[in-house]
Design a protein around this ligand. Sequence first.
Ligand SMILES: C[S@@+](CC[C@H](N)C(=O)[O-])C[C@H]1O[C@@H](n2cnc3c(N)ncnc32)[C@H](O)[C@@H]1O
Ligand code: SF4
Length: 279
Amino acid sequence: MTAPATTVREAVAREQLPGRVWMYSNYHCNIACHYCLTESAPGVPRRDLTPETMLDVARQARDLGFTDLGVTGGETFLMPRMPELLAEMAEILPVVVLTNGTLFRRRLLERVQVLAGLPVALQISLDRPDADANDAMRAPDNFRKVVAAIPALVERGITVRIATTVESIEDVELDRLCALHRGLGVPDSEHIIRPIISRGRAEDAGYGVHAAQSDLPAELTITADGAFWSPFGPTVRNGVVDTDLLITRTVDPLSVPAQALLALVGGRDPGADSTLNIR
Ligand SMILES: C[S@@+](CC[C@H](N)C(=O)[O-])C[C@H]1O[C@@H](n2cnc3c(N)ncnc32)[C@H](O)[C@@H]1O
Ligand code: SF4
């Protein structure tokens, strides 16, 4: 008799499989960062998931034993129903949503108020403590918009995290960045720093480090083009989605890519992916 297959729930409990399922809500963006791994920009194909699909993925993820959800893009808050969708997703599992933080003017701030007190964190990109250096890699006026949005969200009771993506950063510059985010109301525990990965636009521009599959946490990632190993998998090069980290084209039922991922992580030790600190 063959041994019963390991379930997602068991693998997550053993920390062999990360508990978070990511979804790419869309690929288009209001800006075009120089190192963007998805080549996102205003005019690119959207490759979006409908809100109904995202809620369905969330429910199936919970039922399989995953513990958390992540939403990334593209710029996630370009999707028209994003605040309300996140509130619905948070009834299913806790969510982190990645955003460039540039769209939070008065109307959107009112709408995201629905997320106050819910298990939803907005992870906002902020790379440098100075406008010139930050905006050189991201977009003109990016720094000003982000440092205005963060306290406005914190004041409304919304959990904010900061993501810093850099090739390298001197200690003194990092100290100033940390002083800045603390002053904006975001504690050190909510600040992550990661290297630029040489994929998408970063690869064309010669930025970043090469990340092999074994360097990337095996986080199941659902897109309009299929299921991938890690949110750093479904990147775009010359307008085409990379398939080197594609797991399955099938995403429904979610058990199909989940079982395929389980088979791939079978022989891995917990923590085997943490050398490059890609989070
Ligand atoms: C692709 S963006 C999508 C969400 C949102 N548009 C934003 O910028 O936060 C997700 C995160 O990936 C980071 N990122 C973009 N290109 C990257 C690369 N080549 N290597 C590592 N991280 C990258 C961004 O800075 C951001 O923090
Ligand atoms: S990193 Fe985010 S904000 Fe910058 S271009 Fe890519 S998707 Fe847009």
